[in-house]
Design a protein around this ligand. Sequence first.
Ligand code: C5P
Length: 218
Amino acid sequence: VRSNGLAGKKVLVTAGGTKEPLDPVRYLGNHSSGKMGFALAQACAEAGAEVVLVHTQVELPLPLGVRSVFVRTAGEMYEEVTGRFPETDIVIKAAAVADYRPLTCSEQKIKKSGSHLTLELVPNPDILAELGRKKQHQFLVGFAAETENAVDNAFSKLQRKNADLLVVNDVTKPGAGFGTETNIVSLIFPDGSREDLPRMSKLDIAREIVRVIVSRQS
Ligand code: C5P
C-alpha cells in the first residue's frame, strides 16, 4: 500500500552532475548518473508530492508526474533552486554540484600548444548552504559522497549547511556510489543520531528517505 504522506507538499529535487564549460566543446564534470535523484523524485511523487526535478543532462526517463527543469551548470542550478525555494516545502539536494568552475569560458576552442596549460578555477556558490541560511519552514536534505571518514565528515557537513537530514555514502564501497543500481547509505540527523541502511536499490533507498522525511517534518 502506498503512503500519501507527502500529499499537498511541494518538493524540489536536484539530480545529476553539473558541467562547467571551458570552451564551446569542453567542460569540467563528474561521474554522477542522476539515478539517486531521479529515484527520489519518483518516490516523492508516489507519496503524493508535487515534484519539481532540477536536473542536468542524464540518460534516464523522467518519472511519471514529475516536472522537469533542465540546467547545465552550478550557476544555472543555483538560480533555479533559490528562485523556487520560497514556495517549496522540502528540498532534496542529490545533485553532484561542481565546487569550482573555470574563471573564463573561452569563446573559441582552446588550441593545444604542446606545453603546460593551467586552468584558473573559481568557487561556485554552495547552493545547499545558501538554502540553509535562508530556510524558514523548509525541510532540507543534503547528500554527501565521501571517500574517507564518511560519517564524521557528514555530520559536520550537516551542521555547516544547516540541513535537517544528510544522506551519506562512501563511494569507495562496492555496490555504492556513482552509476551503480544499488547504494549503501547512512542517514545522519541533527541530534547526532544515525541510521545505517543495508545495500538496497536506489529506488528502495529513496522510498526509505521519503518515509523518514514524512516522519520528521511538520
Ligand atoms: O560539500 P559537498 O559537495 O560534499 O556537499 C554535498 C551536498 O551539498 C549535496 O547535497 C550537494 O548537492 C550540495 N552542494 C550544493 N552546492 C555546491 C556543492 C554542493 O548544493 N556548490
